[in-house]
Design a protein around this ligand. Structure first.
Ligand SMILES: Cc1cc2nc3c(=O)[nH]c(=O)nc-3n(C[C@H](O)[C@H](O)[C@H](O)COP(=O)(O)OP(=O)(O)OC[C@H]3O[C@@H](n4cnc5c(N)ncnc54)[C@H](O)[C@@H]3O)c2cc1C
Length: 413
């Protein structure tokens, strides 16, 4: 009996076992998933909780509901991987041997990594919405906040869902407008990037949208510390940005057990081949989803597209054959822009987000880099698709690899 062990039962780990279980004979392969929590969180929903659009209970479901029959689910904290001994040690000392290991432990916001961030003002005037607890606490704060200087801040890239801070800013503008509070809120978007987004064409579009909403953009800002007493963000080049309410995206890091196991880079991401997701150090370890160091967006859509290709590669690899499928970093993100509209971007390792139509050229129904109501409905529908189609590993009629069909490469000026 061979043993496949999957560390993390979030978006990527769950999709992987749903796709692999039918392809690995049960008489030959045991599959086990380990996760610390028995609840599965729909993280894209965290964006809507602060504004009362989703209730907290609308983004959670029992994890075991999504783990297929024939896969064991162990609820426990992972302590370390002993790669040379092909085993994983849990924090209660239990040892789990494996033949093949898939690391799917994601990435986590780490406020503790920036001086002054997680101190006395944490969850008072300093908030975040990248965790369930953070989004819920911020909803409580916004319910009674009477206005002032709102600073939305990214500590450092990469972060998961790199468009989420922009979406938060657009939704905050709409929320305060609807509450009749907008003229009492001064909004600033603070980013370590040279513009609003990582890629130039999208950055131009999204930067103009910040302008239209009278949100000041503070770029190239590398935070050195947060001063909780004066409520100020301070950068390495000694710029200071005062706030009354700071909504920060703390440094995102891979799991600590990855570092303890000697398997990670400086941010605890597992170095892998960016086309096959096979570890560059161990021939029986893969890292999928946000846990790897591939230069793609850390997004559920990347997990989904890569998991369309991964099973064939995995099956070939364990049989000693060549892995033929080559993942291209395909990402696809709806960007909620407020007042019932949204934008869509579609890109990969090589091609930045471009205007056009998706998925059908000329027809859409979704428009790339353009605010439409249809794009908003795409985002709304996504939650249903996540629970009912993506997590269970069902096939969608969307190509895994990015296509240039429908993309407008003409006038980008
Ligand atoms: C606010 C927000 C908005 C987002 N919006 C979008 C969006 O619109 N579109 C999109 O595509 N993506 C979006 N994302 C990103 C998406 O949610 C993630 O990219 C996706 O969940 C990554 O899947 P994963 O399986 O790699 O990691 P996760 O789903 O985070 O799963 C990792 C799992 O590992 C477990 N784990 C970690 N360490 C340990 C340990 N030591 N012991 C035991 N278990 C452990 C965790 O409990 C967790 O269940 C958003 C994320 C956030 C936070």
């Amino acid at each position: 009996m061979k043993h496949l062990l999957v560390l993390g039962g979030g978006t990527a780990g769950t999709m992987a076992v749903n796709k692999l279980r039918p392809r690995l004979p049960r008489d030959d392969w045991q599959i086990t998933v380990v996760d610390r929590s028995d609840t599965h969180y729909y993280q894209p929903g965290y964006l809507f909780i602060p504004f009362g659009i989703y209730r907290p209970d609308e983004v959670t479901k029992p994890r075991k509901r999504f783990i297929p029959t024939g896969v064991d689910l162990v609820t426990a904290e992972i302590d370390r991987v002993e790669a040379d001994a092909n085993k994983v040690v849990l924090s209660d000392g239990t040892e789990l041997p494996y033949d093949y290991l898939i690391i799917a432990s994601g990435t986590t916001p780490r406020a503790d990594q920036t001086d002054g961030m997680s101190g006395a003002e944490w969850r008072r005037s300093i908030h975040e919405f990248y965790t369930f607890e953070g989004a819920t606490a911020l909803a409580e704060k916004l319910r009674t906040w009477e206005g002032g200087r709102l600073v939305v801040h990214i500590t450092e890239m990469p972060i998961k869902c790199p468009v989420a801070p922009l979406e938060f800013t657009f939704l905050a503008d709409a929320f305060f407008t609807e509450q009749g509070l907008r003229d009492k809120v001064e909004m600033t978007y603070v980013t370590p990037l040279p513009g609003a987004f990582t890629k130039p064409v999208a950055s131009k579009y999204l930067g103009a949208m910040l302008d239209e909403r009278k949100v000041a953009l503070e770029s190239d800002f590398m935070v050195e510390h947060v001063d909780p007493e004066t409520k100020t963000l301070v950068s390495f080049d000694e710029r200071e940005i005062p706030f009354d309410l700071l909504v920060t995206i703390p440094l995102n890091m891979g799991a600590d057990f990855v570092a303890r196991s000697g398997l990670g880079d400086e941010l605890n991401y597992v170095p892998v081949d960016k086309e096959t997701l096979l570890s560059t150090a161990h021939d029986n370890i893969f890292a999928i989803g946000d846990a790897s160091n591939i230069p793609a967006s850390k997004a559920g859509s990347v997990a989904h597209f890569s998991m369309d290709l991964f099973p064939d590669n995995f099956i070939n690899h364990i049989a000693g054959r060549h892995m033929n499928e080559k993942f291209d970093g395909h990402a696809n993100c709806f960007i909620e822009t407020g007042h019932g509209k949204g934008l869509l971007i579609d890109f990969n390792y090589e091609t930045e987000p471009l205007p056009g139509k998706y998925p059908l050229p000329g027809i859409g129904p979704f428009s790339l880099l353009k605010e439409t109501e249809m794009n908003h409905w795409g985002k709304v529908m996504f939650r249903w698709m996540y629970w009912n189609l993506l997590l269970p590993g069902k096939e969608l009629p969307l190509p895994a690899l990015m296509s240039m069909a429908g993309k407008d490469t003409g006038d980008l000026s």
